[in-house]
Design a protein around this ligand. Structure first.
Ligand code: F6R
Length: 357
């Protein structure tokens, strides 16, 4: 089933452009407009606050989802790690809607929260890759990812599929609220799929970056602001889980409040710069770490790029940048793990589906 691929992770990373196109197709009506079941749209519109609950990579997709739903549809969203939420329920508004994001649909921590909020009488929507999974069956509504089976323990195409589906949900709801903002999401997601293809063809460069920055290091930092911060968190998780390098994602501005003490001569710092409003400030943060000896690797987006950048991603709509900026993160983690002779598809201590609390 891996075909010519040495690992499922590489195959699944490469499948991402196809998955985006499949999602567009699955969520289009006969007229070619994006569509979501009316009862789901009504549930979103009827809620005064959305709670996204998830774990790991799916939680990172939820952070992006918050931005999409708030900026596009104008509904406030909170994002919570399931294992924390379950024991410390926040003060809820009158009409909360819960969105569970789970590739497998079987994650016990997320299920525990679903059971608790159902008991309180609240509505829940599950976004999952697996039809008929526990979280899908037990929620009121389901949106499917259509990503095809994800076999590698490290999640790749499920993350981008989750963000794509969240963007469609945000867009469809936005239109019912007269907040279309002239965004042609079908077209923009098409541009994303094309950009992903270019990135999947950039494996040699990613291999070089991994070799140059990560072959011998003990640790690595990922920094960014806004969307780039969220993708940095995901980049760090990918790197630590498959290469066992201690990696942390940080908000660029937060470094100087403590973490910058960890920067030593040669510490790799991967910085993402895809957001116009913070382009100069994240570059300022790069200068701060470089002045303390760090080895910065700036990955930017076309149009915001500068001479010192190590790699430039093709331009996409600024709300959709995580869909493309995560691809270099996935590939850099993959090659770093290969260079360190790690078992990419089955990292130590981890299981694909975490069905215990
Ligand atoms: C990381 C990874 C995990 C999962 C997490 C949630 O690569 O795969 O962090 O994202 O265990 O799993 P799901 O999405 O199945 O609920």
């Amino acid at each position: 089933e891996k075909g010519t691929y040495p690992h499922y992770m590489l195959k699944e990373t490469d499948e991402q452009p196809l998955v985006i196109r499949k999602i567009i197709q699955k969520y289009q009506d006969e007229q070619g407009n994006l569509a979501i079941d009316q009862e789901i749209v009504d549930a979103v519109n009827g809620s005064d606050r959305i709670y996204i609950v998830a774990c790991g990579t799916s939680y990172h997709a939820g952070l992006v989802g918050k931005q999409l739903i708030e900026k596009m549809a104008g509904i406030p969203v909170e994002v919570h790690v399931a294992s924390e939420f379950g024991y410390n329920l926040p003060l809820l508004p009158e009409k909360p809607l819960f969105i569970f994001i789970s590739q497998s649909g079987e994650t016990a921590d997320s299920r525990a929260v679903l059971v608790a909020v159902k008991e309180l009488g609240h509505k829940a929507l599950t976004i999952t890759n697996v039809p008929g999974s526990t979280l899908s069956r037990e929620a009121d509504y389901t949106l499917l990812l259509h990503a095809g089976p994800e076999i590698a323990v490290a999640s790749t195409k499920a993350y981008t599929a989750q963000i794509a589906v969240l963007s469609i949900l945000a867009d469809v709801v936005a239109k019912t609220r007269g907040r279309a903002d002239n965004l042609n999401l079908v077209k923009e997601l098409g541009i994303v799929a094309n950009a992903m293809e270019v990135l999947c063809d950039s494996k040699e460069e990613m291999d070089y970056i991994a070799r140059e920055y990560l072959s011998f290091t003990r640790n690595c930092f990922f920094i960014g602001r806004g969307m780039d911060f969220y993708v940095g968190l995901e980049g760090a998780l990918k790197l630590k889980e498959i290469s066992y390098i201690q990696a942390e994602g940080f908000a660029g501005g937060e470094l100087k409040h403590g973490t910058i003490a960890l920067i030593e001569e040669g510490t790799p710092v991967i910085a993402l710069a895809t957001q116009e409003n913070v382009n100069l400030s994240i570059r300022g943060n790069v200068k701060e770490v470089a002045a303390r000896g760090a080895n910065p690797c700036i990955i930017s987006m076309k149009g915001l790029d500068m001479e010192e950048d190590r790699f430039v991603i093709p331009a996409v709509h600024e709300l959709l940048t995580p869909l493309v900026s995560v691809v270099p993160m996935q590939l850099i983690a993959y090659y770093a793990a290969l260079h360190r002779d790690c078992d990419v598809d089955k990292p130590r201590n981890l299981a694909k589906s975490v069905t215990v609390e």
